[in-house]
Write a protein that binds this ligand. Sequence first.
Ligand code: ADP
Ligand code: MG
Length: 384
Amino acid sequence: MHDIAAFRALHEARFEAEPAIFSAPGRVNLIGEHTDYAEGFVMPAAINFATLAGISPRADGKIALFSENYGQVLYFDAADLPAKATQHWTDYPLGVISILAGEGHTIPGFSLSLWGDVPLGSGLSSSAAVEVATGLAVTSLIGVDYPRPVLARLCQRAENEFVGANCGIMDQFISANGAKDHALLLDCRDLSYKLAPIPEHVELVIANTMVKHSVAGSGYTSRRADVEAACAVIASHRPEVKFLRDATLDDLKKWGGEMTPTALKRARHVITENTRTVAAAKALIDGELHELGRLMAEAHESYSKDFEASCEEADTMVALAQNLPGLIGARLTGGGFGGCTINLVEHQQANAFVQALGELYKSKTGIAPQIHICHASGGAHRIE
Ligand code: ADP
Ligand code: MG
């Protein structure tokens, strides 16, 4: 966890001003992958890895962006912000600032320090943590208090419109709205949600395959294109189907032949994943952990075979977990093509599980994984 005093001291030493400090968490998705942009359901939890943002005003009209992770500070003109991304970490905070400017806010000069312990590019959404932390810091500086779902939308737009990554709403929403000890079933159509308590005896074990994923990468983009193409075929027969959220397996039976075989498989994943996610939330709320685990296994199978968004290492990590004592359910989490698996594990067996999974994965792949026992945490907040 972060050393807030050290972070404050870093900001003060660099910028000679006392910062207001905000924290926004990363997240792990328990189930519901690539369903958010189909206006479907997801069930993430915020985790105890977070990004801190420290902010203080400046008199010179400059915006100073410092990341402790990158050991770099860059200066921009508040009155003349860059219009385009440059494939640099500053794209994320600049995206948020530029979206806020586009909302009609005058952006003053300020110094912003960032420091995160969310592993970067590992499917735990360090990008949303940076965006939401920046969004809270800057809106607080300019005296604006957006409702959390609105803040999440603005941060998502920063990633879509400025950074150029076509992500859905899940990551920013859970970072802004997470609740301690709970997962959150989010309806991505209207952003209504229901909290599902995670029982005290269940641990969130997050296992990093150490294979880098990228939401901006071609895999994610091509999956979205396939999903949209499949939806267009169904909509040509049933115009009320605006997103795959509205489609059924029966639609695929009737009109799947008009899709490419690939688009058909992608659509089958999204349609079945939506049903699974709602069922998984019910299972968690009802304490039916065996059923939850079964749904997670099915979700991984669908993600790997139909959506083809897994990778050999993630399939290995999930398969190895199945035989270990204490496992409730395991699957690849996040946008796909690498990153982390989520394992729900009985508290009593969690330490032994971590040890055994690490050793098995290392001997099978030659890669030493990072495995963390995480907790469902609250959403973004100011640190007093
Ligand atoms: P993920 O969100 O799964 O971690 P992304 O590729 O979406 O992966 O986002 C990772 C990017 O977010 C990093 O490459 C970097 O540009 C930015 N980022 C994340 N954390 C920080 C940080 N603490 N400081 C600066 N940039 C960060
Ligand atoms: Mg991301």
